[in-house]
Design a protein around this ligand. Structure first.
Ligand code: SF4
Ligand code: SF4
Length: 450
């Protein structure tokens, strides 16, 4: 049977067998301390606790006032020891609240509410209050995504369980271990968006999970939820690709899935939604994969948000000598980190410890104009032309060739025989372009104020 997919894409080695058979284990940092970035998706927050304060698990510790603000909560009960900048994913500094456990398990959860009988505004506010953002990587505020504007019509909610990044297996473990909550979160999403159907989209390398998911759906009586197998291909989990494969629709350039009549939710996000309504529990813990050739045993873990990866070594994560690269996220779109002293955030889906053999150390050589990158691009861009324009400093041309439509999936760099660091050029080009746009907007505002 021919499975739906998208045009382009690549087939990197999956390496999922390293961790896929390991059930999710609970783990705590050895220091009994968490380092929680005050903003994890949405508009910038400010702390609402001070050094010395005692906080309960689930208490809001940072929040903002904007429509896109999403609060952040204490993930353990304890004392606020410091509020200071720390290195986070991306190797940038972010203001963090450091909490040391006090040995209690005091919680400050909300009262459970029924998502079907409460007002829609109350349900959307519950999702915001519980700090829920997209857990698949982008950390987009879930309350904004589910509060569909009146001029948009949503007919389908897609549960994104493609998990196309090599090594990562946390979504596939979640699919078989917490299926009831995923179905519950999807049913709530259907209710809030007014969509008529929901599809759990799974790559065919996880076909073993389908029968179980179907049984859980049948038991729930939700006939508007189904499962769709997709061809295993990177980056099948990208928003544009999954919408094309599941619905045969294109998300227009610069637009959102809602503009193609759908909402996409990661499976972890759906579980967080179920917990927010049924338990009143905020998003304070995160499941993630720990893998790579330098792990003695790869794992799937559930840890408090703010756990420093270094604080799981060596008690929970045992490493072999020779770690060449540490990546926060998957090998295609993740961030290479200087060391393991960075916190797990709401959108951290995995951490990899790679050996020299797994890391391509070939030096970049000049582009030979082979066109491989054009064939691999799932967004139908011409990466070589964008790269040449960025290198030449011609951002107008780079934008014309689709710089801002690039999702940084890395497929083009993967197939490039010259090892041109294409994604690095695109990130640099986007940053410069945003700076130029911000300056233009500021100049225009100054002119209007005169
Ligand atoms: S140009 Fe962007 S979207 Fe296209 S393959 Fe390269 S990284 Fe992916
Ligand atoms: S794949 Fe690499 S070498 Fe080939 S055209 Fe693209 S950038 Fe140039």
């Amino acid at each position: 049977m021919k499975l739906p997919t998208f045009k382009g894409g690549i087939h990197p080695p999956e390496n999922k067998e390293l961790s896929s058979a390991y059930a999710i284990e609970e783990a705590m940092p050895s220091t009994k301390t968490v380092v929680i970035p005050i903003t994890q998706g949405g508009a910038p927050n400010v702390p609402c606790v001070s050094v010395g304060n005692s906080v309960a698990k689930g208490q809001i510790i940072a929040d903002g006032t904007g429509a896109f603000s999403v609060p952040v909560h204490a993930s353990i009960a304890g004392i606020v020891k410091k509020i200071e900048p720390r290195i986070v994913t991306g190797n940038t500094e972010a203001l963090c609240i450091i909490i040391e456990a006090d040995g209690t398990d005091r919680t400050s959860y909300l009262a459970p509410i029924d998502p079907y009988s409460c007002e829609k505004a109350a349900a959307i506010e519950r999702i915001r209050q519980c700090g829920i953002v997209g857990m698949g990587g982008a950390a987009f505020p879930a309350h904004v995504k589910l509060n569909v504007p009146a001029d948009k019509k949503i007919d389908c909610v897609i549960a994104n369980a493609a998990e196309c990044e090599p090594y990562l297996t946390i979504d596939s473990r979640t699919l078989v271990e917490e299926t009831e909550k995923i179905v519950d979160g999807l049913a709530i999403s259907l209710h809030l968006t007014g969509a008529k159907r929901a599809v759990i989209a799974v790559e065919d390398n996880k076909a073993y999970a389908v029968e179980h998911i179907k049984e859980v759906i049948a038991k729930s009586g939700k006939s508007d939820i189904s499962v769709q197998l997709l061809k295993t291909k990177y980056p099948q989990g990208g928003e544009k690709m999954i919408v094309k494969a599941v619905l045969g629709r294109e998300i227009p350039s610069g637009k959102l899935p809602a503009d193609a009549g759908c909402v996409i939710q990661n499976v972890g996000t759906l579980i967080a939604m179920s917990d927010a309504f049924r338990l009143g529990k905020p998003l304070i813990e995160r499941s993630l994969t720990i893998s790579g050739g330098c792990c003695e045993t790869a794992k799937n873990l559930r840890v408090p948000v703010g756990t420093l990866i270094g604080d799981l070594i060596p008690e929970v994560i045992k490493l072999k000598p020779g770690v060449k690269k540490i990546i926060s996220g998957g090998p295609m779109m993740g961030f290479s980190m200087m060391n393991a002293q960075f916190p797990v955030q709401k959108n951290t889906s995995g951490v990899l410890f790679l050996s020299e053999k797994e890391v391509s150390l070939l030096a970049e050589t000049p582009c030979i104009g082979c066109g491989n990158c054009v064939n691999a691009c799932p967004c139908r861009l011409a990466p070589v032309l964008i790269m040449r324009s960025v290198k030449a400093g011609d951002l107008n041309d780079a934008v014309k060739y689709g710089l801002m439509d690039c999702n940084e999936c890395g497929s083009c760099a993967y197939v490039c025989p010259a090892k041109v660091r294409l994604v690095q050029y695109f990130r640099l080009g986007k940053m410069k372009n945003r700076e130029i746009m911000a300056k233009k907007a500021a100049d225009a505002k100054k002119g209007a104020d005169k």
